[in-house]
Design a protein around this ligand. Structure first.
Ligand SMILES: *[C@@H]1O[C@H](CO)[C@@H](O)[C@H](O)[C@H]1NC(C)=O
Ligand SMILES: *[C@@H]1O[C@H](CO)[C@@H](O)[C@H](O)[C@H]1NC(C)=O
Ligand SMILES: *[C@@H]1O[C@H](CO)[C@@H](O)[C@H](O)[C@H]1NC(C)=O
Ligand SMILES: *[C@@H]1O[C@H](CO)[C@@H](O)[C@H](O)[C@H]1NC(C)=O
Ligand SMILES: *[C@@H]1O[C@H](CO)[C@@H](O)[C@H](O)[C@H]1NC(C)=O
Ligand SMILES: *[C@@H]1O[C@H](CO)[C@@H](O)[C@H](O)[C@H]1NC(C)=O
Ligand SMILES: *[C@@H]1O[C@H](CO)[C@@H](O)[C@H](O)[C@H]1NC(C)=O
Ligand SMILES: *[C@@H]1O[C@H](CO)[C@@H](O)[C@H](O)[C@H]1NC(C)=O
Ligand SMILES: *[C@@H]1O[C@H](CO)[C@@H](O)[C@H](O)[C@H]1NC(C)=O
Ligand SMILES: *[C@@H]1O[C@H](CO)[C@@H](O)[C@H](O)[C@H]1NC(C)=O
Length: 416
């Protein structure tokens, strides 16, 4: 019976939050915490307090959570601690907690499914025991967040160690952990992963093709990883993928695919990469997209009348590419044509930058007048001539920033 209940909790608890809810049917019941679990936590608290170094500057948002643990209370009620109904500690969130090492007491919490030691600012280095031992003693883990923990001592062995010890991992967040690449082929076993966050590690390798088989993937974040080679286009076809961030990998090449209608993309962040080619017409199939950041890439041509179908877009930045031709989706600056096309009409656009392309055309600003919610508009350095507008009947009520340098302006736009 207990076992069944436990299973149900595991299934229900995709996130730690729901774990808290589903595992606390009687929050006031005293002393649910099993004594050996409590001992491990008390030991951890002692170690952390004993080795606290006041000269170290931690993130402003940090607080020493373990110090606030009230020893007279049930340990399952301590901040950052969650338990299952049997009294085993299943979740431990000690992010931003001013920990500078000496965490081995955690290895006695064999039922841990969620562990975050994120953002203890590199003071926390995992050297002893090695990662293999660390992961093996916590092999029930489903979510592991160690962002800003220094894992450099493991070289590139981290991915192999992880794959062997934690095959059922769902959430992996190891941003800024000083990891090196390449990612080991055994990592392909981690097919349950829904979240991969490895920003700011010096992987200096190619993006593994096997990630295209991770059908549960929702988030893939690989900002500033020194990636090179060609990005596997098949990854863009994963139906659950919502966020992809490959930004600031200037040697990474790739092209946008023909997007199917069956996609979940909300954020596509590819700036400062060597993605090239045309924007596919099928970009209009990204019906949930809120953010499209393609600046400082190598895109050319222009095929985006389908951009008008991105009805949820809040932020669109296409500056510093090699787009050419007239500014689409406005083939000419004549207002009647624009109204006929109804372009951008449904966009909830807040931010638009088309700077430093090569549009080579003259236009009037009123072609943007349907973008009533625009807060920022940047058209600078485009070989573009902004004509003076005789139509005084439009305004940008929300505009906070307007950049029109090198636009051959002859007078200040009237709506200003
Ligand atoms: C602290 O948190 C606030 C809000 O979550 C954030 O805006 C701020 O940048 C954080 N400060 C630091 C130093 O990370
Ligand atoms: C620590 O983690 C929790 C849960 O993920 C999160 O809500 C919280 O904002 C994090 N703490 C800080 C200071 O960012
Ligand atoms: C990585 O693993 C290999 C083989 O297990 C081992 O020989 C090597 O010392 C490890 N490297 C580091 C940095 O731990
Ligand atoms: C669309 O994606 C879902 C998974 O999110 C999948 O179950 C379904 O089969 C896909 N449909 C098509 C037509 O590919
Ligand atoms: C997208 O489809 C078009 C025509 O359907 C084809 O010519 C083009 O090569 C495809 N592009 C990619 C990147 O698959
Ligand atoms: C864009 O492509 C050109 C020619 O293929 C190349 O020389 C240049 O380095 C690329 N730019 C970027 C930012 O990758
Ligand atoms: C926008 O979507 C509609 C229906 O989903 C489609 O008929 C239309 O061709 C699309 N427009 C563009 C410019 O792709
Ligand atoms: C502007 O924003 C408001 C509320 O956020 C929304 O109701 C309205 O439709 C938006 N207008 C346009 C033209 O996108
Ligand atoms: C701009 O367009 C004109 C006429 O369409 C053409 O003659 C000129 O070469 C173009 N300039 C550039 C820099 O593309
Ligand atoms: C901008 O003005 C200069 C000088 O009048 C002219 O030579 C140039 O062709 C104009 N540029 C465009 C894009 O119209």
């Amino acid at each position: 019976m207990w076992y069944l209940l436990f299973l149900v909790i595991v299934i229900l608890s995709a996130s730690q939050e729901s774990l808290v809810l589903s595992s606390s049917p009687t929050p006031k019941s005293p002393h649910r915490c099993l004594s050996h679990q409590r001992s491990a936590l008390v030991q951890l608290r002692q170690d952390v307090l004993k080795h606290y170094d006041p000269s170290v500057r931690f993130d402003d948002n940090s607080s020493m959570k373990v110090q606030q643990w009230k020893l007279e209370r049930d340990c399952c009620s301590w901040e950052g601690v969650t338990c299952d109904v049997a009294g085993y500690v299943t979740g431990l969130n000690l992010n931003y907690s001013m920990i500078s090492g000496h965490i081995s007491a955690i290895f006695d919490l064999h039922h841990l499914q969620y562990l975050s030691l994120a953002s203890n600012n590199f003071r926390l280095r995992l050297e002893e025991p090695n990662l293999q031992t660390f992961f093996q003693s916590l092999n029930a883990l489903r979510e592991l967040k160690l962002d800003y923990v220094d894992l450099s001592a493991q070289g590139s062995n981290w991915s192999d160690a992880l794959a062997h010890a934690l095959p059922n991992l769902q959430v992996l967040s190891l941003s800024f952990c000083r990891l090196s690449g390449p990612i080991h082929p055994s990592f392909s076993q981690l097919k349950s992963l829904s979240h991969i966050g490895l920003d700011g590690n010096h992987l200096s390798s190619e993006v593994p093709h096997f990630w295209a088989d991770f059908s549960n993937l929702v988030t893939l974040s690989l900002r500033s990883c020194g990636l090179h080679g060609s990005f596997p286009e098949k990854l863009f076809t994963l139906p659950k993928l919502q966020t992809i961030d490959l930004s600031d990998n200037s040697l990474l090449t790739g092209q946008l695919p023909n997007y199917s209608l069956n996609n979940s993309f909300q954020q596509m962040i590819l700036y400062k990469t060597n993605f090239h080619g045309k924007l596919p017409d099928s970009i209009g199939n990204l019906k949930f997209l809120t953010t499209l950041l393609l600046y400082n890439c190598n895109f050319t041509g222009w095929s985006p009348s389908s951009l008008a179908n991105l009805t949820q877009v809040l932020e669109l930045d296409l500056s510093y590419n090699r787009f050419s031709g007239p500014i689409p989706p406005f083939p000419s600056s004549t207002v009647p044509k624009l109204v006929d096309l109804g372009l951008f009409y449904n966009l909830l656009l807040l931010f638009l930058s088309l700077a430093a392309n090569n549009f080579n055309v003259s236009m009037k600003l009123d072609i943007f007048q349907s973008l009533q919610n625009l807060t920022s508009l940047d058209l600078s350095d485009n070989n573009l001539a902004i004509e003076s507008d005789d139509n005084e009947g439009f305004t940008f009520p929300s505009l906070e920033e307007l950049r029109l340098s090198s636009c051959n302006l002859t007078e200040i736009p009237k709506f200003l």
